[in-house]
Ligand binder design. Sequence first.
Ligand code: ARG
Length: 279
Amino acid sequence: MQKQRKKIARLIAGAAVALAAVSLAPMGIAMAGEDGAKKAPSQAAVEQHSDDISAKIVGGTEAEKGEFPWMVRLSMGCGGALFEKDVVLTAAHCVDGSGPNDSITATGGVVDLEDSDKVEVKSTEVLQAPGYDGKGKDWALIKLAEPIDQETLPIAEDDSNNKGDFTIAGWGADKEGGEQQQKMLKAEVPFVDDATCKGAYSELVEKEELCAGFMDKGEIDSCQGDSGGPMFRKTEGGEFIQVGIVSWGEGCARPGKPGVYTEVSTFAADIKKAAADLG
Ligand code: ARG
């Protein structure tokens, strides 16, 4: 209840600047094979303005099978990344709080959600970022009943990779108001500095959020249903590292309105400790 009020408050705050196009709600989806899909009240509200809202990776291309092995699709309509083989890092706004939870299914090992090679594993426990109240701190961990045997994605532990171009990927909408995707899309978006992003979004929490996108043209962005999925890049050593978690934005791929991502390095120590505590 409390949480819904906050979501709605957040939506209203967004609406003031943005015709109700900002939503932290996971996408309510009805794709074959995805259970537990639900539509958050704030999402329903957003959809009333359906000609100016966003929804998947916009301006992307199909990922190759095995290209991003850590990617998982979550049954509530979010993305995630394997932090451990049996722990998924996603967004706090994709889950309903902390505690034992067997209601989420994680699908891994595929690009195409209908591919018979897919591995589906249930959750056992969820840890939502302590103190999460709808503003910043948008991370959560999901413990899986069994490991998914795929490569994991290490997280950035300092801000040295908060620059350059990032890769985003997911099964979310391919345009504002668009459908969830059966095949994972990917795209590249450049870093946007805090001052510029604050100019676009006065509510930005600079220490906890990181922005990316094409300020001038828009066109390429994450979108509804990509939430919780990773934003990553290669380090100088050539290893992929996760720098962000898809969190929110006004619409999708609008000029002047970059995507906002959880700043992973800020929470790296908390995430590691929480994962260890999940056992
Ligand atoms: N909150 C959205 C979700 O649940 C993610 C929106 C990302 N928006 C953006 N313009 N980058 O899927």
